[in-house]
Design a protein around this ligand. Structure first.
Ligand code: PLP
Length: 420
């Protein structure tokens, strides 16, 4: 197998044989040869129906011809300039038109950079140091937010190399738990700059906010002069043109974007209320910069992608998601397995647990060994989902009914052979 051989070579020069940790799975990942629509091809000649979709960006599927064409045209004219372009304005305007809270935009190179800038901006604007995130939420790989478990002030860094002092001001609470948040704010509210929340938790599987929870966060932050930041790196342009804030009708002060906004190229963005955004340098003095910020190739891919995402596509995605989730529930209901099928619109995940999954603590109770059997079983049958219980599956506009049906058939074969 070529992938096995490549993995051996890769392991010699790339830590763990990969460039980002989740890509590694046992015995070795398959190496990509190419992708087209909802199919991902391996160097071993296999073809997979892809529900990983590069962890979210590929809402149109792989290599959409219109995006490829626009990018090719741009590349011929240069790949980076170090001066502004009209395309940056067009993409910023397209974001502002769609995303309710967006009045101004700063482009970055990744979602990580967007949340890093958002936290700095919120701290500068409020003159407060503490930030609140949720147990199990992921906002990128920078120091201030790489804190997962624990609660209240008893936080610990999630990686060696992060000084405890760096995360002293990062507080965590359970998602979907109003009392825990109210208690935290009661005690420390005047020191809190921002609450950073993934409106749908997409890095611990897929967990939706309970009815009214996001509105509760909006109200409590407003009452306490705390900035509410929606991290929509996953949900932005996925749940609706305006992301989760449109889907759940709650408007934050700031939003961080990534994945889809770059149309398959590296990019992130921070957007929000003008009054706050105008503090970013050079308009204000909150420093944020990047050689590749607003890169013309990424901007072109993002702009073309947003042009292609119309209302019909979103209702199709919603329908495909419902069909897939209902199909999974249907076949699981006949089997002797404990399960939860979760997710809104074109996001979904399956947990092997009998209890409802409302937050990190619940998600951790699922049977991850069984999940990996499910993953490998699907892979053997030509279906690729992210190789972790704690990632989210995505559907693209390129998935047709026949792909969903084939996926459910594969899932039935795999699940009927599992036991928990
Ligand atoms: N925020 C969320 C919600 C994410 O899911 C991710 C990445 O998966 C990030 C931020 C970081 O984005 P990036 O990987 O582009 O740095």
């Amino acid at each position: 197998m070529k992938s096995e051989e490549l993995f051996r070579r890769a392991s010699n020069v790339l830590p763990g044989g990969v460039s980002s940790p989740v890509r590694r799975f046992d015995p070795h990942p398959f190496f990509a040869a190419g992708g087209s629509g909802c199919l991902l091809e391996s160097v071993d000649g296999e073809s997979y129906i892809d529900y990983c979709l590069a962890y979210g960006p590929l809402i149109l599927g792989h290599a959409h011809p219109r995006v490829v064409e626009a990018v090719n045209e741009q590349i011929k004219r240069g790949t980076t300039y170090g001066v502004p372009t009209e395309e940056e304005i067009e993409l910023a305007e397209a974001i502002i038109e769609r995303v309710p809270c967006a009045e101004m935009v700063r482009f970055t190179n990744s979602g990580t950079e967007a949340t890093m800038a958002a936290v700095r901006l919120a701290r500068a604007f409020t003159g407060r140091d503490r930030i609140v995130k949720f147990e199990g939420s992921y906002h990128g790989a920078h120091d201030y937010v790489l804190v997962r478990p624990g609660s209240g002030a008893a936080t610990a860094p999630d990686s060696p190399g992060i000084p405890v002092d760096t995360v002293r001001n990062t507080l965590t609470v359970p998602f979907n738990h109003e009392e825990a948040m109210a208690e935290l704010i009661e005690g420390a509210g005047e020191d809190i700059a921002c609450i950073l929340v993934e409106p749908v938790m997409g890095n611990i599987g897929c967990i939706e906010p309970e009815n009214g929870y996001l509105q509760f966060l909006r109200d409590i932050t407003r009452e306490n002069d705390i900035i509410l930041i929606f991290d929509e790196v996953i949900t932005g342009f996925r749940l609706a043109p305006g992301g989760a804030q449109e889907y759940y009708r709650v408007e934050p002060d700031l939003v961080t974007l990534g994945k889809i906004v770059g149309g398959g190229f590296p990019m992130g963005a921070l957007a929000g209320r003008r009054e706050i955004m105008e503090n970013i340098s050079p308009a204000g003095n909150v420093y944020q910069a990047g050689t590749f910020n607003g890169n013309p190739v990424s901007v072109t891919a993002g702009r073309e992608t947003l042009r292609l995402l119309d209302g019909r596509m979103y209702s199709d995605l919603e329908r495909k998601g419902s069909t897939l989730r209902a199909g999974l529930r249907d076949l699981l209901s006949d089997l002797d397995l404990e399960y939860q099928v979760t997710g809104p619109a074109s996001m979904f995940q399956l947990y092997f647990t009998g209890e409802e999954v409302r937050n990190y603590g619940d998600a951790k109770k699922s049977d991850t060994v069984l999940f990996m059997e499910y993953f490998h079983g699907l892979l053997e049958r030509g279906v690729f989902i992210p190789p972790s219980q704690f990632e989210c599956c995505f559907i693209s506009a390129a998935h047709e009914s026949e792909h969903i049906e084939a996926t459910l058939e594969a899932a039935e074969e795999v699940l009927s052979g599992l036991k928990n």
